[in-house]
Design a protein around this ligand. Structure first.
Ligand code: B12
Length: 212
């Protein structure tokens, strides 16, 4: 019988069709969707990332890893609990800075939406100004940033500085997450919250926006 470790292996080998089929098999067998995501897909992606960092993989492998993850994730998303359907009247602007890595950002978006929040997803490669401008335009309650690429870390700091400069820092709690970030780094930048996992975005939003 298929195991989550087998799925990790297929993702690590960047085999989209086989990985998607195994994801379906694991979910049908009753495996927890979050475990399939974290221990199967994410650990497999991390394996590819580690090989890339060790110069044992090339950019094409990263591309294939992304394609493989994107073949599995919709099946996992369908298996997430649907939430209670209660809508929370809070708007969250979400996006990435510089980077085109959007798999984590998309998961944060899905989980926040399931959690009842209104997500304004501004996509990839945004500047600090894009976040500010959208937040003002839609009357956002919070800003969430996905930082998966080291050069974007500096941009995140620039976003906080911009909000301070424009005297709206207190208006928007800002949370951050992503593979290259950490609690320590987020604290040092003055972020209002950091999450290791997409699901942490929901608990951070509930706490910071005082949702009962
Ligand atoms: C797939 C992949 C790609 C794909 C992305 C496809 C896509 N559509 O997203 C492509 C091919 C585009 C790519 C390109 C590059 N990549 Co790449 N990529 C990866 C890889 C293997 C997986 C990334 C991923 O999707 N992970 C899975 C998701 C779910 O994880 P995540 O984003 O971290 O999100 C989770 C949490 O962090 C959290 N989270 C994320 N955001 C947020 C936000 C909030 C608010 C919260 C609460 C939580 C949260 O929730 C998520 C789920 O729980 C990683 C390796 C790795 N270990 O991550 C390298 C990696 C990120 N890439 C890397 C690099 C270097 C590159 C390139 C520069 C390569 C090159 N030379 O061209 C380019 C950059 C292009 C660009 N300008 O953006 C490096 C970054 C290193 C660094 N320190 O900056 C990594 C770490 C690989 C490595 N070990 O060297 N990549």
């Amino acid at each position: 019988m298929a195991t989550i470790a087998d799925l990790r292996q297929l993702v690590s080998e960047t085999k989209p069709e086989e990985a998607a089929a195994m994801t379906g098999e694991l979910l049908a067998a009753g495996h927890n969707a979050m475990e399939v995501l974290e221990e199967g897909v994410m650990n497999g992606l991390n394996d590819v990332g580690d090989r890339f960092a060790a110069k044992k993989a090339i950019v094409l492998d990263l591309v294939r890893a992304g394609v493989t993850a994107k073949a599995c994730i919709p099946l996992i998303q369908e298996a997430f609990p649907k939430g209670e359907g209660a809508k929370i009247e809070k708007k969250i602007v979400l996006g990435t800075m510089l980077s085109q890595h959007n798999i984590g950002k998309n998961l944060v978006s899905t989980l926040l939406s399931i959690g009842g929040f209104e997500v304004i997803d501004i996509g990839e490669k945004n500047s600090p100004w894009d976040f500010y401008e959208t937040a003002e335009k839609v009357g956002a309650d919070m800003i969430a940033v996905s930082v998966v690429f080291a050069p974007a870390m500096e941009k995140f700091t620039e976003l906080l500085d911009l909000l301070k400069e424009l005297k709206v820092r207190d208006k928007y709690p800002v949370i951050v997450g992503g593979a290259v970030t950490s609690q320590k780094w987020a604290d040092a930048q003055g972020a209002d919250g950091w999450g290791a996992q997409a699901k942490d975005g929901v608990s951070l939003a509930r706490d910071l926006l005082k949702v009962a």
